[in-house]
Design a protein around this ligand. Sequence first.
Ligand code: PHE
Length: 490
Amino acid sequence: MGRERWPSRLLFIFAAVGSAAGLGNLWRFPYLAYEYGGGAFLIPYFLALLILGLPLLVLEFSVGQYFQRSAVGSWRKLKEWGGIFGWWALGAAFLILSYYAVVMAWSLRYFFASFTMAWSGGAESYFYQNVLELTPNIGVLGGIHWGLLACLTAVWALIYFSTFKGVKSVAQVVKVTMPLPIILILVLLVRALTLDGALTGILFYVKPVFSALLDPEIWIAAASQIFFTLSISMGIMIAYASYVKKNQDIAKDALWTAILNSLISIVAGFVVFGTLGFLAMQKSMAVADVVASGPGLAFVVFPEALSMMPVAWLFAALFFLVLLSLGIDSAFSILEGVLAAFKDRVQMSTAKLALIGSFVGLLCGIIYVTRAGLYFLDLIDHFLLNYGMIIFGIGQCLLVGWTSAGREVKDHLAAQSKWFPVKTWWWIIRLVAPVILVIILISFFIKELGAPYGGYPGWAIAIGWLFLFGTLVFGLIMNWWYGRGEEVAD
Ligand code: PHE
């Protein structure tokens, strides 16, 4: 039995773009751009893409393609203890998925609410009081919110049915979930650009503010956004590339993935900022003042703006459908990345593994559909994304850049992708990227010592660290287990 394969190269690129383009593009990217003063954010964003994002994506693609194994199997080929990092990253990715699915559950809830424009009485109170029923602070759990749990279950059912036949079902689903949101975003773009006041919003978005570049935080935010948006350093892209034939110019596929993904973000930015310009005009406010805090952008401010448009329900439904269809292929890419590691090691049907994975994922998500869920989501997200991704990024740069098996990956890449500047890339992987990532990691940590993240109490912060280091313990145990038996890869 040979390894599973993508039915075609195009579908591999579809799947990779589908994984990359997700909530990170339409929800996270615009709010970061907004928080960091609009146009100023684009400069560090593109620099981070060039220096960190693209080189690491090429690295993950070539590692998966060369070893023909999931992140765990591949990192173990580089160094046996690499498997610890592999499982650690997958464990973290899985926990990220458990709340990513919750944000999709909110989107599903909003999609249904669009038809009656349920939030037209007040978008903010609708989000916090009606949808989340948010408790006053993280110490008050408030019990499970059954409505959201139902939406979450529906989201997990979608994830399950996308992965239960492995690469085969993934390839079928991305035929729809990759192009659909792109088409819908273009519809929303036309709507946004023809709104009154759109231009002020757009100018806010594209006008660079060079002084903002002096703030180190903007660079850090840009770097972690690039990691998140390209789905890198979580083992996901390695798994996807492990189903690619060995003689494919995969650096080219990486380039396509990165370009398409960023295009989607940039266009999403035009949609969001055009609409914010319209909202600012309706409320006679400056664009810089219409949003109170970032993450609420997609669920509070954007819905509010939508409610002021003609045929509001239609555009609202479209917007949430875009969020859902963007998110779904990112979500199941994480599950597939985790399943790939198990598939390389245990003889069990993909359907069964996917079912177990989906069920465990649903269970892990329950904490986020309690009435204090938003606090936990924010807290865990901070620890897993900001620290986890950067640590795994450093780990894989060193594992590839400084081992003999890593050198083989480099030679393989050089042979497949003759046009690619492999020498420059090699030095980025060996030195430039790890140094930058270590600096980012240290500055995160220093900031952490200064003030507890988000003003949460000590026990909550401890839970955040527990999630990060708990997944490390998971990594240690799983790597030991993996090494005890035979691989069933290839
Ligand atoms: N790239 C996805 C997004 O932008 C999120 C993601 C992160 C998916 C990590 C897989 C792995 O929404």
